[in-house]
Ligand binder design. Structure first.
Ligand SMILES: [Cu+2]
Length: 454
C-alpha cells in the first residue's frame, strides 16, 4: 500500500470508528466519495466531518428486512424478545450491594431459546426514568451493527429482526450508548444468552468405557438419548470500588474484585438446609465458602445443582467476561464439547473459553457424589467460580428421610435453581422441582415465581 492510499485508509477507518464511538452519523455517498475520488481527498477530511456535525449512515434498502416486515411475513416461526434496560441495586457477597445494570431487572438477562431458522424480533425499551441509554448486540444475529445495535435513549424503544441461522449458544450484551460505557454496562450485568437449537435436533451422546470380558479389557460404548437434563452457566467478573461502583481502572488492569457464575460468587454451594440435613446442624458449614447461607436471603440463598448418576446432562456455557474460562469438573471428564453444532472435543478434562465464547457440554456423572464445576484458574476459583453438582444420593437422604419410593437425585426433594435452568425444548428432560433462585430484584423474582408457578 503506498503512502497516500494508506493515509486514505487510515482516515476512513478513523472516521468510521469515530462515528461508531461517538454516536455521530455518516452518509454512504460521503464514504464512497472519500474512498474512490482520490483527487478530492485531503487530510482535512476530519475537519469537514466536524463541520457537517458528524457522519450520517444511510442504510441501503437491501437491509430493510431487519425492520421486521419481510421476516414476519416469511412464514417462519417468530419469537418476540422484549427487553428493558434498567439500572438497579443488587446484592454481592459480604452482605453489600452494587450498582448493577440489567436487562429486565435480572443478571444475567432472560435466556432466549429458538430453533435454527426461526426469526427473532428483539425490542429494547428504556424507561423514561432510566439514568442512561443502552443498546443490544445479539451475537446470534448476522446484521449490521449500525443502526441495529445503536443507542436507545430513555423514553425510547427500538426493534430489529433477524433469522437465527446458526445453531449454538450466543451471548447478547448491552452495547452502551453507541459503545460509550459498553464495558461498564456489560460488566455491571447487561448480558444474557440465546440458545439456538439445531434444526435437526441434538445428537445421541456416546460415552466410552471399558469392560473386562473373556479374560481381557474391551471397549464398552454406551449411547445415550439426546434428551438431557439441562443447565445454563454464564461466567463473568465484577470490577468494583468499595462503594459498589464500576471501576474502569481495575478493568483495564484485569484486576477483578469478583468472579461470578450467573451473576453470583459461589451461588451454587450448600446452604443452611443442606448443613442441617447432612451434619444435623444448620450452623455447621459443609463447604469452605457459603456466602448465601440463610433462607432469609430469599431468591439469593445459594442452591445446589442436582442430577442423577448415569443421566445425560447438557450444560449451555457462555464466557460473558473479560478473563478466560478453563472449564473443568473436579472428579469428572467432559464427555463431549459442541460449538456451533459441531463436536470440538470428546473425553477432555478441561475446555478453554475465551471472552464471548461458548460451548455446549454433554456429560454423564458416573458415580453418586459431589462434583465442583470450576474455572480452573485459581484466582477465579477462590473469587467465586465454584459450582457444586450433587449426583444421586451420596448422603443417604432417601433412607434418612424415609423417602418411599427412593428418588434418583435430590432434585426431586430439594429442587434445582430457576436461574440455572434454560427454557425447555422438545429434547429437555423436565426438572423434577424448581426453586426460585437468581440475581433478580424482588419485583422480578415475583414475576418469575408467578411464571413458574412456584
Ligand atoms: Cu447498557
Amino acid at each position: 500500500m503506498n503512502k497516500r492510499y494508506s493515509m486514505i485508509f487510515t482516515i476512513a477507518a478513523v472516521a468510521v470508528i469515530g462515528a461508531t464511538l461517538f454516536g455521530s452519523t455518516y452518509t454512504q455517498t460521503q464514504i464512497v466519495g472519500q474512498s474512490f475520488d482520490v483527487s478530492k481527498i485531503d487530510i482535512d477530511v476530519m475537519d469537514q466531518i466536524r463541520a457537517m456535525g458528524g457522519l450520517k449512515l444511510v442504510m441501503p434498502k437491501a437491509f430493510a428486512e431487519t425492520d421486521c416486515g419481510a421476516l414476519e411475513a416469511s412464514g417462519r416461526m417468530v419469537h418476540n424478545f422484549d427487553l428493558t434496560g434498567e439500572s438497579v441495586e443488587l446484592p454481592i457477597m459480604g452482605g453489600k450491594t452494587y450498582n448493577a445494570m440489567t436487562f429486565n431487572q435480572q443478571v444475567p438477562g432472560p435466556t432466549l431459546r429458538v430453533t435454527q431458522g426461526d426469526v427473532v424480533k428483539m425490542t429494547l425499551t428504556i424507561p423514561t426514568d432510566e439514568v442512561t441509554g443502552h443498546g443490544n448486540d445479539m451475537h446470534a444475529a448476522q446484521i449490521s451493527a449500525i443502526p441495529n445495535y445503536g443507542a436507545v435513549m430513555p423514553g425510547e424503544s427500538k426493534t430489529f429482526c433477524f433469522i437465527a441461522e446458526s445453531a449454538g449458544v450466543f451471548k447478547y450484551h448491552c452495547s452502551g450508548v453507541n459503545l460509550v460505557g459498553m464495558d461498564q454496562h456489560v460488566l455491571s450485568g447487561m448480558y444474557g444468552i440465546t440458545i439456538v437449537d439445531p434444526l435437526d435436533g441434538y445428537k445421541k451422546l456416546m460415552v466410552e468405557k471399558t469392560a473386562f470380558s473373556g479374560g481381557k479389557v474391551v471397549k464398552d460404548r454406551t449411547f445415550l438419548s439426546p434428551d438431557a437434563l439441562e443447565f445454563q452457566l454464564q461466567y463473568n467478573q465484577l470490577y468494583l470500588t468499595d462503594e459498589g461502583n464500576y471501576d474502569a481502572t481495575k478493568m483495564f488492569k484485569h484486576a477483578n474484585t469478583a468472579t461470578v457464575v450467573n451473576g453470583f460468587q459461589f451461588g451454587y454451594v450448600p446452604n443452611e438446609t443442606h448443613n442441617e440435613l447432612i451434619l444435623g446442624d444448620a450452623n455447621k458449614n459443609i463447604f469452605v465458602a457459603q456466602p448465601w447461607n440463610s433462607a432469609d436471603l430469599k431468591q439469593y440463598q445459594s442452591q445446589l445443582l442436582f442430577v442423577e448418576a448415569g443421566q445425560h446432562v447438557r450444560i449451555f456455557i457462555e464466557n460473558q467476561g473479560n478473563e478466560p474460562v478453563f472449564w473443568h469438573v473436579v472428579g469428572e471428564i467432559i464427555d463431549r464439547v459442541v460449538q456451533g453444532n459441531r463436536v470440538q472435543a470428546a473425553a477432555t478434562e478441561t475446555w478453554l473459553l475465551g471472552g464471548s465464547q461458548n460451548m455446549i457440554v454433554d456429560m454423564v456423572f458416573d458415580e453418586p457424589g459431589v462434583y465442583a464445576a470450576v474455572n480452573h484458574d485459581y484466582a477465579a476459583i477462590y473469587t467465586g467460580a465454584a459450582t457444586v453438582f450433587v449426583v444421586g444420593d451420596p448422603f443417604g437422604l432417601n433412607a434418612q428421610l424415609e423417602v418411599d419410593p427412593p428418588v434418583p437425585s435430590y432434585a426431586y426433594l430439594l429442587g434445582n435453581p430457576s436461574d440455572a435452568i434454560p427454557p425447555y425444548s422438545s429434547q429437555s428432560i423436565e426438572h423434577p422441582k424448581v426453586n426460585l433462585h437468581g440475581l433478580y430484584t424482588d419485583e422480578r423474582a415475583a414475576e418469575i415465581a408467578a411464571e413458574l408457578g412456584i
